[in-house]
Structure formats: C-alpha cells, structure tokens
Ligand binder design. Sequence first.
Ligand code: SF4
Length: 359
Amino acid sequence: MAGVYLSYPFCAQKCTYCNFASGVQPRELEREYLDALREEIESANWPWTPKTVYLGGGTPSQMEPGILAEILKLIPGRPWMEATIETAPGSLTPAKARAWRDGGINRVSLGVQSFEPRELARTGRKHTAEIVAQEIAMLREQGLANFNLDLIAGLPGQTRESWRRSLDWIERLDPPHVSVYMLEIDEDSRLGAEVLALGRRYGAPEVPSEEAIAEFYETAVAHLSKLGIARYEISNFARPGSESKHNLKYWRREPYLGFGADAHSFDGATRWQNAETAAAYVERRARGLPFATEIAPAQPGEAFFLGLRLEQGMEADWAPYEGAMRRFELDGLVEREGNRARLTPRGVLLSNEVFTEFV
Ligand code: SF4
C-alpha cells in the first residue's frame, strides 16, 4: 500500500521545542515554494496509485484552502483510503474543515502537545484546552471525526499533576488516535540548545528529568490503555481500526513518495531525501537541479529497527544479530517467541540502545 507525503514547512510561530526545518518564513518564499511543490508533483512518475496521503511540515492547515485543493488534485488515487492534514489548534474554522473534506482529507492531526496554559505559553503555542474542545466538536460536525491529538512528555515545568490533567482532557475529548512523544533535547531546537548550554531561556532549567519523562510516558501508556486506546508503535496509540495507515507504512517499509522540503521517499530498495529547508528547495528549482540532495540504498538493518518499533514486533530471521538479541533478552529489553521479537516495556524506554545495533 503506497503513500504520498507533502511537506509545507511554514508556521505562524516557531515553537521552542521544534527541531524541524520549519517556522515563520517570508510570504514571497512561500509563493515560490508552492510553485516548486506543484512542479515537483507534476513531474513525478507514479509507479503505483497512492492509497494514503499525509500533509505535514510545518503547518499545512495554514495553507490557503483553494491552493491546497489545487495541490491535492495533482495527486492520483482520490478518494484515498486515508488522507491526513497536520494542524495548529487555534486556527481551525468550519470553512477550512469543509474545504479539506471536499479536497479528499479524511483525517486531522492536532498538534496540541499540552492542555496546560503555562506549558503552552512557554512553547509558543497559541491555543487553550477549551479551544481544542470547540475545534474537535466542529470537526465532528463537519464529518471529520477521525482525528489525532499529539502530546509531548517533558515540556518545561511539566509535573505529574499537570501531565495527569492533560491526560484527563484526552479522556474528555475521546480521540480515536493519540501520539505521545518524549521531548527530544538536541541542538536543532531553541529549547534543546538552551538546555545543552545550561541556559535559562524557554524554561530550560525546568525541563523534567529523564526519569520523570519516562514516568509520564508510562502513565500515558497505562491511562490510554484503560480508555481502549492501545499502543501500536512506540509513540502512537489508537482505538482498534484507527491506527494511522500512512504512518504504518514507514515501519512496514511500504513505498512512499515525498514532495517538498526535507521530504523523504522510499521505493522498496532506495531512499532519497529532498533539500532540507524551503529556501534550499526553491533554490534548487531556480538552478534547474533535482530536488533530492541525498540518495542511498536502504540499510540492511533498517527492517529490524523499524519493525521493532511496532507493539507486535516483527517476524524475521534474527541469525545475523543472534549475539545482540541474546544480550537484549538477558537485559530484559527484548522478548522472542519463535521468529517473532518485540520490545519489552523496558525495551521501549531504552529503544535507542537496541536500535543502534541494527544501524
Ligand atoms: S512544532 Fe509544528 S507548529 Fe511549531 S514550529 Fe514546529 S512544525 Fe511549526
């Protein structure tokens, strides 16, 4: 089942924790970017008809609905089995929702991250819990009942109690799908760089400890499971049948074509990646260069670390990694039954230790 990813790396603000090549950028660049994006899609060879579409970035929900509809028309296969748009809560309107639905979108992902006013204010996000509740009611009225809510465990100032209140909002809003990410600390986000530099901006001194973040994550796993929203991948949870068909492709190594800045593609054997920033993407078009800047054969070990991200694990011939797998079993990170291996709950928390073995 093949899919399409479209990247729109423009946002109304730059969130402090964000480590993507996206943010507030000039209108002129946005216009040139959309022209380049159309050109890239129009010149694509379609070896298959896509079943899923995913609009990410960035904040594709801030794209003018008429332009979005035009771009969606360039993609074959409508009606798609699943077509998701990532959105910034606080900016959804009935007119946008109708336009998305009429353009073939049938799933909406809301980057909520937290329901706590203090945590949201520090990250730069503009919404409140009440606004999210109103927007979800509106999406349901517009026939877009298939939605995802993103949460981040580890925002500055987050406590056991505030995390619990965010989970209570999840219970109230009754989503079919939830993603829970543990905060990533790296140089690519303003918050991450500040933490690494031992600075004080963006609430850096109040980022919870690794142990606390792990505890928040595990509380979420238990709470969501009680609500019937089960983990199917390390960061993804769904009611039965509401798992993201598009995202499952990444872990099952099904083919996808990515368009736009930093978009990745995979044809089953080769991976390639477009220029990382909107400016570099537009520049490559102006210079008549291909949009892809990196192309490489798929790594031999990638099937293993991608498959192990799934709750059900994967069946494989583990012989090339037998020594490492035995060690992981002894350390309580992996469990095996026949050829099927999966991460244990402890292995999920220490998954990077396991995955590096296959890279
Ligand atoms: S987190 Fe989302 S909305 Fe915020 S800057 Fe990053 S891509 Fe944009």
